[in-house]
Design a protein around this ligand. Structure first.
Ligand code: SF4
Length: 422
């Protein structure tokens, strides 16, 4: 790390990992600036915006745990509660708590603990100090530290909230839930809306929105231009694009290709600090079944490693009806077969699928999933299944038992669906 001082504040500029590998010990990812202040450790992105908060006892309870601020200005607490089960349930060594839609299987409530408020109050005082020092730097201050403090001083909590509002304004929507596969890049996606709404209108879904609409090419390109300005110097810390929309796949291969290629160029993903480029999106079963071979080849040929996440919810007719999902069991099975076939034949394109778990669902629902996932042809590295716990439906032990049963029977990776947003 390079270290520079200004007015009693030391700023360390660090370069973390280029991959997004999940590790069992705390690791830094990407390029960042770090300041120790009042017992806490604050990491900033290259725009001088708060990114991570951590520290050591006594101010911060566990040096392995950290608080992340997202581009949407949400705070997410990365906890190591239930260390062993976290790995099995999520694929990572930590559980990202949002304080909103946390799965009931994790019964800790980190946001109820006092130290988070204390850390954020310390952040406010750091932003004030950064503003004062950069306005009239004391003799001996290093210009690089002063330049950073000037950025950080302009990014107090009100400015951070306004920045998140600007992001929503640029893409013309919020992203109420991210594809679960985005955990592979720690949810660090740049969102470009290609479509709004979803034509399925499932009864149980809280994210469906009115109707379905594809964004015009002009709209998509103007988002990309504005996003390049918005992310600015910190774009280099990104290598992942979210084609946003609850059924982005239904926008069509041409729309997705146009958006992905324009974003790849404008965001300069070829020169990202992180290795490779990633593309994430949601797709409905109908959009997956309706995609022609040529469409899939178009997506496979993009300069991205891409994952489409498809919510099937169940392979059992009665369960689908009870959920209010307008999808037949035979179409759900066909969509699953298509996902498996894409995963075994395409190089850069994968499809992951979601099923629901809940204590009121029939045994047959689970048997059907276990049987379908026990296909010996499935390769773990290419096939991922997420289990979403129906809100308010599953006592903790039941969800974990169901997940572990399906995991044991499955030749695919099986993880809990963690609801994160942007
Ligand atoms: S297909 Fe998915 S996004 Fe669309 S309404 Fe159903 S659950 Fe919601």
């Amino acid at each position: 790390m390079e270290r520079f001082r200004a007015g009693g504040i030391e700023v360390c500029f660090g370069a973390g990992r280029r991959d997004w590998l999940k590790l069992s010990y705390p690791a830094d990812y990407g390029l960042f600036a770090r300041v120790q202040w009042r017992g806490f450790e604050f990491d900033f992105n290259l725009n001088g915006q708060l990114k991570w908060v951590g520290g050591k006892p006594p101010a911060w309870p566990d040096a392995r745990e950290r608080l992340k601020r997202t581009a949407a200005n949400d705070f997410v607490y990365y906890a190591v509660f239930g260390y062993e089960s976290a790995r099995a349930l999520t694929g990572a060594y930590y559980v990202p708590y949002t304080g909103r839609d946390d799965p009931e299987v994790f019964n800790e409530r980190p946001f109820d603990r006092l130290f988070i408020g204390e850390a954020l109050a310390a952040f406010d005082s750091l932003a004030d100090a950064a503003r004062d020092i950069s306005a009239s730097p004391p003799p001996g201050s290093h210009p690089r530290a002063v330049e950073f403090l000037s950025l950080a001083g302009r990014n107090g909590r009100n400015a951070l909230a306004a920045s998140a509002e600007r992001l929503r304004e640029i893409i013309g929507c919020s992203v109420p839930v991210l594809p679960p596969d985005a955990i592979e890049v720690d949810y660090e996606v740049v969102p470009v809306a290609v479509a709004d709404g979803c034509s399925y209108q499932c009864g149980f879904c809280g994210f469906r929105g009115p109707g379905f609409n594809v964004r015009s090419p002009e709209n998509v390109l103007s988002q990309i231009d504005a996003l390049a300005d918005f992310y600015g110097a910190d774009l280099v810390n990104h290598n992942a694009l979210l084609a946003a929309g609850n059924d982005a796949l239904a926008a069509g291969a041409e729309t997705i290709e146009r958006a992905a290629l324009a974003a790849y160029e404008r965001f300069d993903f070829a020169r990202s600090y992180h290795d490779g480029a990633r593309l994430f999106m949601f797709g409905s079963a109908g959009a997956l079944l309706g995609a022609r071979k040529a469409d899939l080849k178009t997506l496979d040929a993009l300069p991205f490693e891409s994952v489409v996440n498809v919510g099937l919810e169940s392979l059992d007719e009665e369960t689908l009806t009870a959920l209010g999902k307008p999808l037949s069991a035979s179409d759900a099975r066909e969509a699953l077969a298509r996902a498996f076939s894409i995963n075994s034949s395409m190089k850069n394109l994968r499809v992951s699928v979601n099923f629901v778990v809940g204590d009121a669902l029939p045994e047959r629902h689970y048997d059907e999933i276990k049987e379908a996932l026990s296909d010996p042809a499935l390769r773990r590295a290419r096939n991922t299944v997420y289990l979403a716990s129906l809100i308010g439906a599953s006592p903790r032990r039941d969800t974990i038992r169901r997940l572990m049963e399906i995991k044991r029977a499955s030749r695919a990776d099986v993880f809990l669906y963690l609801f994160q947003r942007l």
